[in-house]
Ligand binder design. Structure first.
Ligand SMILES: [Zn+2]
Length: 267
């Protein structure tokens, strides 16, 4: 069986490490820093075989060079670096596009373009198989628990479509986001949906985890559909709240999403 473990980086980044305890081989997703990954590899005696990259931001790519040279020195082998075709990420050995399917450590990863946070953003979905019993989604900075990424490069319409694509994965899909933003996102969610019981229960659950220094991630698609306002822009209570806050009637789902994202930007 494969396991997925978080490696802490920067203030609140998680570099997800997918490892096979039998072969001691592993993959990391979005290594924004090399040293925390090297420490993890040495502690668990793992060999890095591949890197998956979701987008070009420094806190997702700045560790790649050092990890490639470290692995070359340790094993004499080069590693595969998968990610978007973007001149800003020079270390990519396998540029990817929408619909590509990879097999790494015996498991499939489906590549989806999810523009919005950046234009080059990719997500990786791995259906359940004999090596892991729940589907996995590595969604970078597109979907967060109770939130979504800021729109640095894309339009609200692009981001809404990207989030809808992610929300259509099976309910039991484990959602591996790149930042521990859950509690601060939930403070905003509570402003949008002050009387929502599911949101209140989820805040208690996440607060308990953070009090013992545990990640609130992975989330699941089921949880996000229940509590994430950005995945619920057709819900009457979300629309009513956004309309009240911006003091004008809502026209449609995209209008709701656009105003919700703007509200969160200044929250
Ligand atoms: Zn980013």
């Amino acid at each position: 069986m494969l396991t997925v473990l978080p490696i802490n980086a920067y203030q609140d980044n998680y570099i997800w490490c997918i490892q096979n305890p039998l072969s001691q081989a592993c993959i990391v997703v979005d290594p924004g820093e090399a040293q925390p990954v090297i420490d993890h590899l040495e502690k668990h005696q793992l060999t890095l075989v591949a890197i998956l990259v979701t987008h070009h931001h420094y806190d997702h790519v700045d560790g790649i060079c050092d990890l490639v040279s470290y692995t070359q020195q340790q094993t004499g082998k080069s590693i595969d670096v998968y990610g978007p075709l973007n001149p800003k990420i020079k270390q990519i050995t396998h540029p990817l596009k929408h619909g590509d399917v990879l097999t790494i450590l015996g498991t499939l990863y489906e590549v989806t373009e999810v523009p919005g946070h950046t234009l080059d953003h990719l997500s990786y979905f791995s259906p359940e198989d004999s090596l892991h019993s729940a589907p996995w989604l590595f969604c970078g900075d597109t979907l967060f628990s109770a939130g979504c990424g800021r729109l640095f490069e894309g339009t609200p319409a692009q981001m809404l479509n990207s989030l809808k694509a992610l929300a259509s994965y099976p309910l039991e899909t484990e959602v591996y986001c790149t930042h521990e933003y859950t509690l601060s996102n939930l403070a905003f969610t509570q402003a949008v949906l002050p009387n929502d019981t599911e949101v209140k229960l989820y805040i208690e659950r996440c607060q308990t985890l953070r009090d013992s220094n545990k990640p609130t991630l992975p989330s699941t698609i089921k949880t996000e559909l229940a509590i994430n306002p950005f995945l619920n822009c057709t819900r009457p209570d979300v629309q009513a709240s956004v309309s009240l806050q911006s003091q004008s009637p809502i026209t449609d789902e995209l209008d709701t999403f656009t105003r919700l994202r703007k509200w969160k930007d200044t929250f």
